[in-house]
Design a protein around this ligand. Structure first.
Ligand code: GLN
Ligand code: ZN
Length: 774
């Protein structure tokens, strides 16, 4: 049985590509340096897959920035404002589209399906002159071939490319993106012809949009596209790959009837119903690429479970037609567990990053060939030299060098699965019970919001149009250093507390001078709004190199939630009450909500997501109640639970719960916001006024306080008093004076004091001016 990998992370095990890119962008290294680092990364990935025994190894899954932008480059669909005049697209044009340049802003970026990866959205209009302007796919195929690796070149499929595009400015209403199909197919044909000439025997088209709910004319476009490509594709094996969800029945029918296609790839991890579709009918003689190894998380595969799925598929499509694969590109998982020096061995045995997943895919394929018992696998990807002891029980060393082990893969895998199931580190009965006991009534506060706001106002005595900020204040180099040194135990706890206290005091005094009404402590003790809480909750683990690409050179290092979540002790009460003791004004407690924590973490796969979410919510709820007990009367929960306000249902009417969100698409989530039952909602707004109008109206009906950001903190620009007053006046045309709050868009952590001080000064001045006019 054969093995296949949909795609692989580009960043490198230690983010080599990130550093090479940023150094090139800063003018510190040459284009050749960047190309060299990239070629080395590609060749090591290809070799690694070839060594592991993978049959279908992808190429052109590397990218200097983004695979959709690469496709835009292939098609020569450069928006005119970048001044490209034809020929092969080079770094300057490519990176200008990605990041903007001195005179032109970047193209829009948006989330890649429901992942945390972002792609560059193609902008297409009726006048785009497509031309074959990037030979990257062919170059990479040849590059691998020269290294002795015959790869499967991967292209973003033509229909998904169009469906993921947006109409260029000015043609929004009148224009159908799919009408461009006939114009882009000739370029695809050129690429295919070159790949064929270079010796490719397979080609992979990624068409993930097939998992969306498409209309029939959109599905017809797939049929039409592949019929038109059929003759060019003859002589090639063609894989159309889907991922991220179940494929709807109609789309499945369309897909499996496509002309000229030899194999179909499915995500069988998120797509559990797809299995039924396959069972009901799969075209005979075609290949099924079965994505059983999860590309989106960091958990070791349950090999026994995967084997039984694969065996049942063999029964349907035939033994030589099932190919073991990943559920999607491994781009969405961390790179290599080998570099995790801080995780303990037990936890590591439960995990598999991209490099380990490659080994898993191969092991499953070998096992299906009936070699399960005798096939011992080289597990040098999985284990480090110093892990020798763990493996002693089931490893039979070969090669003597110490870096290579032959392990009975399946017994090791089964042992790890069993230890994960029974570990007391994973299961905490008290937490399970508390989460199970959560009733509907726990999700809302007993009194309605208007009555609560009245009770709070009696206690807080705030002026009309109260001013506040979202939480963080500028993080100076000194601050980052003291935090780092404390973590490294180079600074004593006493000295650390002193330093942070001093910082909080500075921030409190500044806000008093500025005459802000509801203060914050500035979050100087936090490096990251999720990590800070994860580190204090049990059930979380942190990696040192578990980076995942977010966009371009930016990566995130999500915490791993491996066990039931509980809060051993209060997390923020110490700092918040210290800050409150410094001022007579109300001090906002500052927490991160459970959905944000969940969405920014690798979540366990052995219980439903919502259960993990409830557990985090209960931990945050305990924190809210402890803050209340400590005399904190205003508490903000950043991007709090979208489904029900579990976190804040236990507080007194007089305790004011704020929630802050920095989404831009509120229309979708307004009802969830209302369900959260907060007293005041502060939201990012400065970039999208009109869109928020409907939200405001809902808010009015609902009665909560609303603080739409009055200026953009993402820009160094200092807004004038008039400009802010103008914004507030506009908001007052829609909102009642008694519910409007005045605050910036988001936290001030990335700004400098020289920007923050005058901006806040103007914000307060604008507010005072309007108060006098009311
Ligand atoms: N309280 C956080 C801060 O001010 C909120 C950050 C966010 O919404 N992204 O930094
Ligand atoms: Zn924000």
């Amino acid at each position: 049985m054969a093995s296949h990998i949909v795609g692989y992370p580009r960043m490198g095990p230690k983010r080599e590509l990130k550093f090479a890119l940023e150094s090139f962008w800063d003018g510190k290294s040459s284009a050749d340096d960047l190309k060299k680092v990239s070629a080395d990364l590609r060749s090591s990935i290809w070799r690694q897959m070839a060594d592991a025994g993978i049959k279908y190894i992808p190429s052109n899954t590397f990218s200097y920035y983004d695979q959709v932008l690469d496709t835009t480059a292939i098609l020569g669909a450069v928006p005119p404002r970048y001044g490209w005049t034809g020929g092969e697209i080079r770094f300057d044009t490519y990176f200008s589209m990605a990041r903007g340049n001195a005179s032109v802003p970047a193209m829009e970026m948006t989330k890649w399906f429901d992942t945390n990866y972002h792609f560059i959205v193609p902008e297409l209009g009726p006048d785009v002159k497509f031309s074959y302007a990037s030979h990257k796919a062919v170059d990479e195929y040849k590059e691998a071939k020269a290294l002795g690796v015959d790869t499967v070149p991967v292209l973003v499929g033509p229909v998904s490319y169009l469906l993921l595009s947006k109409p260029a400015k000015g043609v929004e209403k009148s224009f159908s993106l799919l009408s461009l199909l006939d114009k882009i197919l000739p370029i695809y044909k050129e690429v295919v012809a070159e790949l064929k000439a270079a010796g490719a025997s397979w080609i992979q088209f990624d068409e993930p949009t097939l998992v969306k709910d498409l209309e029939s004319h959109q599905l017809q476009t797939f049929t039409s596209a592949y019929s038109q490509l059929e003759s060019s594709l003859s002589g090639l094996n063609v894989l159309v790959e889907t991922y991220f969800a179940d494929i709807p029945a109609e789309a499945f029918k369309t897909l499996t009837s496509l002309k000229g296609v030899t194999g179909f790839g499915f995500d069988l991890v998120r797509g559990t119903k797809t299995l039924d579709l396959i069972k009901r009918g799969f075209p005979s003689g075609k290949y099924l690429f079965a994505g059983v190894v999860d590309g989106r998380n960091i958990w070791a595969n349950d090999a026994a479970a995967s084997l039984s799925i694969l065996q049942s598929l063999e029964g349907i499509v035939g033994k030589d037609k099932v190919v073991v694969s990943t559920s999607c590109s491994l781009l969405h998982t961390a790179v290599d567990l080998v570099n995790e020096t801080k995780l303990d061995k037990e936890l590591k045995s439960w995990l598999a990053f991209a490099a380990q997943k490659v080994v898993e895919v191969n092991a499953l394929a070998k096992a299906l060939d009936g070699q399960k018992d005798e096939v011992d696998l080289f597990m040098h990807f999985l284990y480090l030299k110093n892990d020798r002891i763990t493996l002693a029980g089931n490893a039979r060393g070969r090669g003597g060098e110490g870096t290579r082990y032959v392990v009975a893969f399946f017994s090791a895998n089964a042992a790890a699965q069993a230890s994960r199931k029974s570990s007391p580190r994973v299961t905490n009965e008290a937490v399970q019970k508390a989460a199970a006991a959560l009733k509907g009534s726990d999700h809302r506060r007993a009194t309605n919001v208007s009555a609560r706001l009245d009770a709070q106002q009696k206690k807080l005595n705030l002026p009309i149009l109260p001013t506040t900020t979202i939480g963080s204040f500028p993080q100076t180099m000194d601050l980052r250093r003291v935090r780092r040194e404390f973590k490294a135990k180079k600074v004593s706890e006493d000295d650390y507390v002193k330093a942070i206290k001093q910082e909080i005091n500075k921030v409190v005094k500044l806000q008093e001078e500025l005459d802000i009404d509801v203060l914050v402590h500035g979050e100087p003790e936090r490096n990251d709004m999720v990590e800070y809480f994860g580190e204090q909750l049990s059930g979380f683990a942190f990696t040192v190199n578990g980076w995942v690409q977010s966009y371009g050179s930016r990566c995130v290092k999500p915490p791993i939630i491996f066990g039931d979540v509980s809060r051993p002790k209060p997390m923020t009460v110490f700092w918040s009450s210290m800050a409150q003791s410094m001022t007579a004004r109300p001090m906002k407690g500052m927490l991160t909500g459970p959905v944000t924590i969940l969405n920014w973490s690798f979540v366990r796969n052995d219980q439903p997501r919502f259960e993990t979410c409830y557990q985090i919510a209960l931990a945050i709820k305990d924190e809210v109640e402890d803050l209340e007990k400590a005399g904190i009367n205003v508490i903000q929960i950043d991007e709090a639970a979208l489904k029900g306000g579990i976190t804040n249902c236990g507080v007194a009417d007089t305790t004011q719960i704020h929630t802050h969100m920095c989404y831009s698409n509120f229309n979708d989530i307004i009802h969830s916001i209302i369900d959260m039952d907060a007293d005041v909602i502060t939201i990012e707004n400065s970039r999208s006024d009109e869109k928020l109008l409907s939200v405001f109206r809902e808010g009015v009906k609902y009665g909560a306080g609303i603080g739409p950001g009055v200026y953009d903190i993402h820009s160094p620009r200092i807004p004038s008093t008039e400009e802010i007053a103008d914004r507030v006046n506009k908001m007052l045309q829609v909102l009642e004076t008694n519910i409007l709050w005045v605050n910036p868009d988001c936290g001030l952590k990335t700004r400098k004091y020289t920007e923050v001080k005058p901006a806040l000064q103007n914000m307060v001045a604008a507010t005072k001016l309007i108060r006098t006019q009311l």
